[in-house]
Write a protein that binds this ligand. Structure first.
Ligand SMILES: [Cu+2]
Length: 146
């Protein structure tokens, strides 16, 4: 998925170059808006369950006007799996506290967050500000079939 990563970063560059110009920014959104795996609507991860393979970057994109986080549920992680959360926090308590202290881990509208899974298994995660409304997702990671 190097190509997708390239396209996504190109989109970011163009979006940055066009910052302040809403009309052209929207063109960039149409061209590059599909370059993500999991969207974040007002209160849902779409799709709610996403399947991927080890070593493949997974890209979340905030497609809504609200702020979100991607915050892994520590107790749901497979044995040996690395913790993950937007903001790069090392554990769930820190990630959740950071949001409540200072919006740590915030993924603003149109921003993306990327994580690459290295251990197969099923991972549960939430959006910290909207978990009460059911903003919960699952990533299922398998070994590549080659
Ligand atoms: Cu949210």
């Amino acid at each position: 998925m190097h190509r997708r990563a390239y396209i996504a970063s190109l989109g970011t560059v163009i979006a940055a170059a066009l910052a302040g110009c809403t009309a052209l920014g929207d063109v960039g959104e149409e061209l590059f808006g599909a370059e993500y795996d999991i969207g974040m609507s007002r209160n849902e991860f779409l799709p709610e369950t996403f399947e991927t393979t080890v070593g493949e970057p997974v890209v979340w994109k905030n497609t809504s006007g609200a702020d979100h986080t991607v915050t892994a549920l520590e107790r749901s992680l497979p044995d040996g799996a690395a913790y993950f959360a937007s903001g790069g926090f090392e554990d769930e308590d820190t990630a959740r506290a950071a949001w409540h202290d200072s919006f740590g881990g915030r993924i603003a509208p149109r921003e993306t967050y990327t994580h690459t899974f290295e251990v197969p298994g099923t991972y549960g995660y939430i959006c910290e500000p909207h978990v009460g409304g059911g903003m919960i997702g699952t990533v299922v990671v398998t070994e590549p079939t080659e």
